[in-house]
Design a protein around this ligand. Structure first.
Ligand SMILES: Nc1nc2c([nH]c(=O)n2[C@H]2C[C@H](O)[C@@H](COP(=O)(O)OP(=O)(O)OP(=O)(O)O)O2)c(=O)[nH]1
Length: 116
């Protein structure tokens, strides 16, 4: 599932930057709550992998390293004020996402974890 932040042209996986002292799962829970108003079940979080690419919206030399998790959640997905919209995507939507997300789409596709 991908989100489009206010003023951005491409879709991002929900998430964001770590604040001082936070663990990965703490960042995950905070960002998902802020963006989509649902509660992540922290015990269900499973590390998927780390992906690197140019950070969208930054100078070409700025690299983004994204540590990805899958997890269950409870509540009703609701776009917060920082999100314009969210969308369940398929592999064919790959070009509508940021550079790092396209690598993640490829990873999911190679493992048959996303539909065409
Ligand atoms: N969450 C998220 N961020 C992404 C993705 N792809 C991508 O290039 N980014 C970039 C955009 C941002 O520069 C950074 C995430 O920062 P953030 O979500 O905490 O947002 P922010 O407003 O503080 O970031 P910034 O634009 O000020 O750098 O990573 C993605 O799929 N998900």
């Amino acid at each position: 599932m991908s989100t489009r932040s206010r003023g951005k042209s491409v879709y991002y996986f929900p998430g964001g930057k770590r604040e001082a002292g936070e663990t990965d799962v703490e960042v995950l829970c905070r960002e998902i709550k802020e963006e989509l108003d649902v509660e992540i079940d922290r015990d269900s979080a499973i590390y998927i992998g780390t992906f690197e690419a140019h950070a969208h919206g930054h100078d070409a030399e700025v690299l983004l390293q994204m540590r990805c998790y899958e997890a269950n959640f409870s509540g009703t997905l609701t776009a917060s004020s920082e999100i314009d919209c969210f969308e369940w995507m398929r592999y064919r939507d790959r070009e509508r996402t940021s550079e790092v997300d396209q690598k993640i789409f490829d990873f999911l596709w190679e493992r048959a974890l996303i539909d065409m």
